[in-house]
Design a protein around this ligand. Sequence first.
Ligand SMILES: NC(=O)c1ccc[n+]([C@@H]2O[C@H](COP(=O)([O-])OP(=O)(O)OC[C@H]3O[C@@H](n4cnc5c(N)ncnc54)[C@H](OP(=O)(O)O)[C@@H]3O)[C@@H](O)[C@H]2O)c1
Length: 241
Amino acid sequence: MSSQKTILITGASQGIGAGMVRTFLERGYNVVATSRRISETSGFDRSSPVALVDGDIGDPNTAEKVAGVAIDKFGSIDALVNNAGIFLTKPFLEYTIDDFRRLSSTNVEGFIHLTQLAVRQMLRQRTGGSIVSITTSLTDHPIAGVTASVAMITKGGINAITKNLAMEFAKDNIRVNAVAPGIVDTPLHENDPKDFLKTLSPMGTISGVQEIVNAVVYLTEAAGITGEVLHVDNGAHLGKW
Ligand SMILES: NC(=O)c1ccc[n+]([C@@H]2O[C@H](COP(=O)([O-])OP(=O)(O)OC[C@H]3O[C@@H](n4cnc5c(N)ncnc54)[C@H](OP(=O)(O)O)[C@@H]3O)[C@@H](O)[C@H]2O)c1
């Protein structure tokens, strides 16, 4: 067992999640990293204190496995990043109920399963903790032509539960925050032309993964901050540009 802090990171095989695994390891955390196929796809240094758990985050068994590995291997759960997420745009009239269920399973049910187990363990430890989730600035600041309405039920829901849990667990010193990116350069956008993506930001730029990672690190370690949705979106939440 170690006295280092242990963080759970979902959606950790690539993109923002993989960047978080590297940075939290550099900062001396034990990391439990999970995604459906993380053991096949990740290039993490196996000699570092990282445990990889394969599984669909919408399946409660995955959360059980992740929390179990954290306790067995590292002895605590001190922080969680709910990063696993899928995104989908189509005109509202074309969404199917299966689209909604798929989005809900990963973006919302995944949040519930693992956050419940993490909070339960943090309460047992009595040392507080941090939960940070990745949402998007599109929840409250839609962009004409980016038709993500049904996907935004799920991400907007996470912003809402972030504030509600921040209040529910404030006295336990469990802080609950979110980071809301604009457009981030990850495999999620591998088929979208960069010139188009740049038009979705007032600053005319696409964020690098590390910008989002730095915001997550800040909130994870910011003792007095809870219930915050931190926009890292090159100004997109400001409105028309
Ligand atoms: N990129 C952006 O512009 C942007 C903007 C705003 C918000 N975000 C949010 O930021 C988060 C990360 O995005 P990203 O761009 O890094 O995405 P990404 O490159 O598509 O990576 C998504 C990660 O989630 C995992 N994942 C997907 N479905 C899963 C499931 N059902 N169960 C478990 N793991 C699953 C994937 O691994 P496996 O395939 O191995 O499961 C992968 O590690 C998401 O919540 C996304 O909505 C991204």
